[in-house]
Each structure stands twice: as structure tokens, then as C-alpha cells.
Design a protein around this ligand. Structure first.
Ligand SMILES: Nc1ncnc2c1ncn2[C@@H]1O[C@H](COP(=O)(O)OP(=O)(O)OP(=O)(O)O)[C@@H](O)[C@H]1O
Ligand SMILES: [Mg+2]
Length: 164
């Protein structure tokens, strides 16, 4: 019988999360980089319980429309490169399409965005789309990450022990 199995999307996202997201500050860094890449002039960071309970990053950047928002948390989904040649002329902080799917796989994440047309939100729990809909929001994006590492107990314990 074959011993090799190909890991499913969710499990491979959780493993990737171990590389992208180590602690609260790595989540904040990834979200701020996204806000800067979105040409924001104002970025707000809010932490509840040192970010263990909630991390919220709000910006006034270009935002996303509903279609982009709904694929933004999928693995390898990026608006920053399109082909291998773009790798030699990267002008953004991100380009891997790894940050949002990694964070989404180990948290309860809500992304609200408005690209100047209409506001939309998605709520994900461990990468799964739980809820979505139209909302009222100024142009820009608001990402809320709750209960980081709720589904990876070893990492959660490390996070709580860490002197944040
Ligand atoms: N604050 C934001 N404002 C506007 N668009 C955003 C924002 N955050 C994410 N996005 C969109 O979602 C996509 C996915 O974000 P994600 O951080 O996962 O990947 P990335 O920034 O392209 O690459 P990396 O994984 O290296 O950060 C981005 O390419 C961008 O199009
Ligand atoms: Mg990014």
C-alpha cells in the first residue's frame, strides 16, 4: 500500500502558517505590509490582550472589490506578481500570496474592504468561509484576527508563555 499522501489544502496552509506566522508581531508585520502595498497613508493597529485575543489593522488604501476579497485568502493568490519575470522587478513588500491564507488557517479572521464602490466582508474560521455580506465602510481595508493559534495548541501555549 502506498505510504505517501498529498496533504490537503487546509493542512498545508497550517504548515505554511508555521513559517509565516510565529507570533503576534509577525501577523502585525504581514498586515502592515499589505496596507503599505495598498498605498495607504494611514494605518491603525489595535491589539486586545497583547494581540492574543484580537489584532486589528485598518488602512485607507486602495481596498478590494468583492471578487478580489473572496480569493484574497486562498493560497498563492496575489495581485503583486503575474509571471516569473515579475520576480526580477518586485516593487512591493509582499508577492508570495502566503500571508492571508497562513493567518486565516490558524485564526478567526474577518476582512472588510471597500475599493471605492461598495463595502464587503468575509469571515473565516480556520480557512473556512463562515459568513459574508455587504457592509458600510470607508475606502480601505480592515483585517481583524481573533484567537490566533486556537487550533494549534502547542503554538498557542508558546504564544501565551511568551513575554509579549
Ligand atoms: N490591506 C489590503 N488592501 C488591499 N488589498 C489587500 C490588502 N491585504 C491584502 N490584499 C490583497 O490580498 C492579496 C493577498 O494578500 P497576501 O498578504 O496573502 O499576499 P501578498 O501580499 O500578495 O504576498 P505575501 O504573502 O508575500 O504577503 C494581496 O496580493 C492583495 O491583492
Ligand atoms: Mg502580503
Amino acid at each position: 500500500m502506498s505510504k505517501i499522501v498529498q496533504l490537503d489544502e487546509h493542512l498545508s496552509n497550517m504548515i505554511a502558517a508555521g513559517e509565516v506566522v510565529e507570533r503576534v508581531s509577525s501577523v502585525v508585520k504581514e498586515l502592515i505590509e499589505n496596507s503599505l502595498d495598498a498605498k495607504s497613508s494611514e494605518i491603525t493597529i489595535e491589539l486586545v490582550d497583547s494581540g492574543i485575543r484580537e489584532i486589528k489593522v485598518t488602512d485607507n488604501g486602495i481596498g478590494m472589490d468583492k471578487e478580489d476579497l473572496k480569493i484574497s485568502y486562498l493560497r498563492h493568490a496575489t495581485s503583486k506578481i503575474k509571471n516569473q519575470y515579475d520576480l526580477f522587478r518586485i516593487s512591493t513588500l509582499g508577492f508570495r500570496g502566503e500571508a492571508l491564507p497562513s493567518i486565516a488557517s490558524v485564526s478567526d479572521m474577518t476582512i472588510k474592504s471597500n475599493d471605492g464602490s461598495i463595502g464587503y466582508y468575509i469571515h473565516l474560521r480556520a480557512s473556512k468561509l463562515m459568513d459574508e455580506g455587504i457592509i458600510s465602510l470607508n475606502k480601505g481595508t480592515e483585517v481583524t484576527v481573533c484567537n490566533l493559534f486556537f487550533n494549534t495548541p502547542a503554538r498557542l501555549k508558546y504564544l501565551k508563555n511568551e513575554n509579549v
